[in-house]
Structure formats: C-alpha cells, structure tokens
Design a protein around this ligand. Structure first.
Ligand code: 13P
Length: 257
C-alpha cells in the first residue's frame, strides 16, 4: 500500500456561477476523509467559497467545504504590477487558495504558454507559499509517433532546475487527446507512463521525490472508469474536468474506497 495520500482535484475551468457553486459543493457530501480534495473554481468565485469555509456555522454545505482545499487555475510569476488580466500567488492566498494549477494543456495550447514561462510561474508560486498541481501531457500526434515519454520528460525537465523542493508539487499527467474528449487512457496506458514518470523523478530528482510525489491522471475521468484507474500502483489520484461538475464527482473522490 502506497504512503501517498490519494488526491482528487476538480478543475471547474470556465464554468459555474455563484448559484451553481452550492450544488457543486453539496455533491461532496459523501467525501472520503481518506482523500485529499481540492477544487479549482474560476478566480472570481474563490472568495465566495473561502467565506463559506471560514463562516460555516451550522450550515452543512459550508461545513463540507471546510474540508476541501481551494486552488487557482493559474497565476503569474510576479507579485504585482502592470500585468493586466493576471493575478499573483499572493492574491490567490488572500482569497483562501492553497493551491494553483500550472502548465495545464489549455494554458499551453489555447493560450500559448511555453515551458520557460510555466517553469518561472511554478517556481514563483512555490516561493510564495502555494502548492502546485503541475500538468504535463502529450498531444495525439506525439503519442502516435511514440513521443509520449520524450514530451512528458521534457515538460518535467523544464521545471527541474528551477525547483528545489518537490514536496509541494503534485504532477498531473493529462494526455491532451483525452481531455474533454471522452477518450480515457486505459488503466494500462496510464500506469505505464505514470511508472515512467516516477522513474524519471528517481533518476533526475531523488528517491524521496519518486516515493512521495503524487502523480495524478487527468483526461475524461468519470464515475464509471475511476475505480479501475485508481487501482493502478502509480496512479495517486485524479485531476477531473467535466465530471467534477456532476454528481459522479463524489464517486471519483471515493474511488479508492
Ligand atoms: P476532462 O475531465 O473534462 O477531460 O478534463 C480534464 C482536465 O483538463 C482536468 O484538468
């Protein structure tokens, strides 16, 4: 049995409204205490959820969110200044986030973020006291050309020299071809690359980082496929998009039970 605590992140992407948030949080009523749960709402709702965490009173919904950590979906590599549209790690912390997602494929491929910028952002977020869900993953043509490991190792390698402490990083392997497509990596495909990523951590960082770093799978995870994936030795949790907006998210959170 692995000593790595199972971790499930809900990446709500650009979805939801204040009215919908209460329902989403209620979905987690069956939350397993065995699982670390983090949700990443759009920035503008962080404060709303944070207030529920700090003023939960007798309200069951607010009580549930008390046990769930909050994450930003992105942040910049500077603490303040003339960077229209950006927010800093300090601002995320100020509205109750302990985590931030960086390197997500939508940031890489829709918004054109490159390895160098992502690495600077990861280093700065860690320095400012956030924990980081660091996403990597190959595109379909890269997989078809047997480049999956090369791409993922390259994305990890980009942060290697800028990061000293890996204890605040969770790696999310999210094959781009599986995100939002309904095409999940098979448990065997996912295990194969997770094992290779763990070996990369061993060879390039340390035995300790290899043993302790949680490696999540992301890409069309559902209530129906989560248990089989969760049973694999090197899958330490999930980063969930679409299904984190649905009742099945509770099943995913409890997939290890
Ligand atoms: P889906 O679960 O919708 O495929 O999204 C995965 C993802 O991008 C999580 O960050």
């Amino acid at each position: 049995m692995s000593s790595r605590k199972f971790f499930v992140g809900g990446n709500w992407k650009m979805n939801g409204s204040k009215g919908e948030l209460d329902n989403l949080v209620n979905l987690l009523a069956k939350n397993s205490s065995e699982t670390e749960v983090v949700v990443a709402p759009p920035f503008v709702f962080l404060d709303y959820l944070h207030n529920k965490k700090t003023n939960f009173g007798n309200n069951i919904t607010n009580y549930i969110i008390f046990f769930i950590a909050l994450s930003g979906q992105n942040c910049y590599k500077e603490s303040k200044g003339a960077f229209t549209g950006e927010i800093s790690p300090k601002m995320l912390k100020d509205v109750g986030a302990d985590w931030v997602i960086l390197g997500h494929s939508e940031r890489r491929h829709v918004f054109g973020e490159k390895d160098d910028l992502i690495a600077d952002k990861v280093a700065f977020a860690l320095k400012e006291g956030l924990s980081v869900i660091f996403c990597i993953g190959e595109k379909i043509e890269e997989r078809e050309n047997n480049l999956t490991e090369k791409i993922c190792f390259g994305q990890l390698g980009a942060i290697k020299d800028k990061i000293k402490d890996w204890s605040k990083i969770v790696v999310a392997y999210e094959p781009v071809w599986a995100i939002g497509t309904g095409k999940t990596a098979t448990p065997e495909q996912a295990q194969e690359i997770h094992q290779a990523l763990r070996k990369w951590l061993h060879d390039n960082i340390s035995q300790d980082a290899s043993n302790k770093t949680r490696i999540l799978y992301g890409g069309s995870v559902t209530g129906a496929n989560c248990k089989e994936l969760a049973a694999k030795a090197d899958i330490d949790g999930f980063l969930v998009g679409g299904a984190s907006l649905k009742p099945e998210f509770a099943n995913i959170v409890n997939s290890k039970n």
